[in-house]
Design a binder for this molecule. Sequence first.
Ligand SMILES: O=c1ccn([C@@H]2O[C@H](COP(=O)(O)OP(=O)(O)O[C@H]3O[C@H](CO)[C@@H](O)[C@H](O)[C@H]3O)[C@@H](O)[C@H]2O)c(=O)[nH]1
Ligand SMILES: [Mn+2]
Length: 852
Amino acid sequence: MAAVEHSPLFETKSAKGRVFYKIFSLTLFVGICFIWVFRVSHIPRESEVGKWDTPSDGTFSSGNLSDKDYLKADPGIEPPVMVINTVLSVMAYEYPPDKLSVYLSDDAGSDITFYALLEASIFAKQWLPFCRKFKVDPTSPAAYFKTIHSSTHAKELVTIKPRWVEYQKKYTQSIKDFHSGIHILLEETMTQFFNAKDVDGNVMPLLVYLAREKRPQVAHNFKAGAMNSLIRVSSLISNGEIILNVDCDMYSNNSQSLRDALCFLMDEDKGHEIAYVQTPQCFENITKNDLYGGALRVDYEVEFHGMDSLGGPLYAGTGCFHRREILCGRKFSDQYKKDWNEYKNIGDMTEVSLHELEEQSKALSSCTFEINTLWGKEVGLLYGCSLEDVMTGLSIKCRGWKSVFYNPQRRAFLGVAPNTLPQTLVQHKRWSEGCFQILLSKHSPAWHAYGLISPGLQMAYCYYNLWAFICWPTLYYCVIPSLYLLKGIPLFPQSMVHPFAYVILGDSSYCMMEFLWLKGTVKGWWNELRIWLYKRTSSYLFAFVDTILKSFGFSESTFVVSAKVAEEEVSQRYEKEIMEFGNSSPMLTVLATLALLNLFCLLGMFLKQVFISEGGLRIFDAMALQVLLSGVLVLINVPVYQGLFLRKDEGRLPMSVAAKSTALALKVAMMNVKTMEIKGVVYDIKSCTFSKSNGSGSCTARNVKENYDAKKVVIEMKVALSNFATAMVIFSSMNAVLGIRFVIDRRECFSHNVEHEADRVHASFVVIKIDASWQYTDDGVDLEVRGPAGEPVRDFLDVTSEIFDFVARSTGPYRFCFNNRSPYHETIDFDVHSNHVEFSDHHAKDGEAYMY
Ligand SMILES: O=c1ccn([C@@H]2O[C@H](COP(=O)(O)OP(=O)(O)O[C@H]3O[C@H](CO)[C@@H](O)[C@H](O)[C@H]3O)[C@@H](O)[C@H]2O)c(=O)[nH]1
Ligand SMILES: [Mn+2]
């Protein structure tokens, strides 16, 4: 190998089209800045301003070294046969078997997994030679037999396949009692285990089963705890330099990938800087149009490559090759060079009494071993975060190391992605919660990592860390524009149509193109857009709230293990790409409520336009973007409406969710009408104080034209902060819309200054009879609206509420005078504001001008 050692073992190439990326992201950024100017207090929906450099990596030749594979399993939801496939697939790597050890961690231990592994070790004696002989790939028996024709290697297949089928049948049974302790296997007679041979007489990789001790009172730290137990136990037994960690729901799909990964770590020039090599997480059960966006296409095909050029990708928890020492806390030093010839020869250890080894290993894997040690704090995978992998990877980077993303043509590993909506949402909740915890932790990429990793990488980490936070802007855009649409208030100022449209349309068409480049389908993109929305409005929202609760000590960390088995019917629906709801989790209620709210607002707006408004469908002129946004939201939610009202199968949304969400959505939509009435701009209000903390303020109003006595009007805005929708309405109102409530005796006038010709003026009022419930009146008021020259614009007689708008034919103050006919004082909520419309044409009609 001497000649190979001094030539590079891998090269890094720059991606094509980076100039395009940069220009495009720059223009988007400028667009966003425009929006910011108007929406200072809101974070835009898409803070992603672009992609980074996108290099791609390729290896040249293979290394050769002692190393080992780790797997973990949880009995119950993770069926033994799946685990065994993982084990067998990595045992069959094209690699010297005497330098390979495979460890399986089983939380608390289960008899069935143990015996499944024991028998699998016997099956392996035939399977490994078979794989070697026919260069089998994938080396997971289940995956291989699924793809193979019975005519291929017919002779050998006749003996090996039925054994596998029988094995599979036996272990697809129910789980029995627990079993704990550590067992080192590979031979029925365990004493011979170090020298286990396959049917051809070749040495086999060492196989170790670790039942991790779990006690109710002792924190077992979920997957990070399992990994740390494995690190300790393996250091005692084989102590390989490289640790590969694979989740039990994945299998090796590329028997070369181990050698390739070593190329990065063994490279003479750069290898010593690299702490880990991450492969993408790919899945075998993704349907054609990827209903739940599980393929994580853009993440792995674009974003991770980009991070590669900034110091390396995240540690994604599976399919990752680590250096043992670095995982155990070693700091970076330039001098770090590894003597790759120095490794523990497992064969040498046969003299060690097996019993002794078992006893020592038991101590290392006991749940009390870590008490008062640095495990989980500085050594091994870090504890206390539901995304132990990302956090650990970040801390490695902060210690000065780099990482590499390796994305081979033939997928290195294939796994199982969640195949129902609730599972997808739960997984994303765990991820976004973990990401947010990292942001708030002492490893925060926002501040702790400053100076330790490159600013670009800091930004890249923050992009993930802020996932949970993104729920707020997303919820804002899902709720407020639709509510305002129902009310008839344009939210996107007309002058803003261009930057808004550019950012929204530019970003979504870019995302679609990117998705298609990555071999996705248009329907797949649409599905991903839906999941994008659902994650942000449910998983991220719950993650945000939970993280805050946890940081105040109100709730405990959990790790909800993703389910890996699905009922037959559920799988069938998944194949047909029918969305699976199937339970009544609060997350689904939130999704259904938002879906219905959008539907009600859009329908309400249409009905109002068609039947109530005199202007017909002219709302589309002023509120095109809002109508579009609501329309897209309604279209995207079609599967939810079907799940709520049309489907009969088990995967539909339960009745309870339908009832709750309908009631909630109706309430918010109705409440909107009332709260909106309270707010709105009264432009001639000269001085206003507005307290953001309690939502109340006072304004002094003066009628410009008629020099009325300055009149104090107190705005009472009772903000039900507990009510999300109200709170959001208030937030959104702060910069643009203020309302006025006043008490009228006989006559009260207000004026509103119109600055541009052809501006559309929106006004509404409602007569409220607060504190007067004992004195029944249903008297209305009269309202006369006059233009700047005193010309009549509108007249209403004896009405209790009204919403109307008109196009101003000239600039100047418009007057709104209320006359009270009843003998009592009346309380009136009134709002008026105008929108500037460009390129409009007007036709006079009854004192009112219409556009177009
Ligand atoms: O208490 C636990 C919890 C989990 N696991 C194992 O951890 C792995 C990952 O769990 P899974 O439920 O499959 O989670 P996913 O959401 O699929 O995992 C993704 O997200 C995790 C972090 O949240 C990463 O660690 C994983 O590598 C990544 O695949 C599985 O092999 C489990 O057996 C344990 O051993 N003990
Ligand atoms: Mn998983």
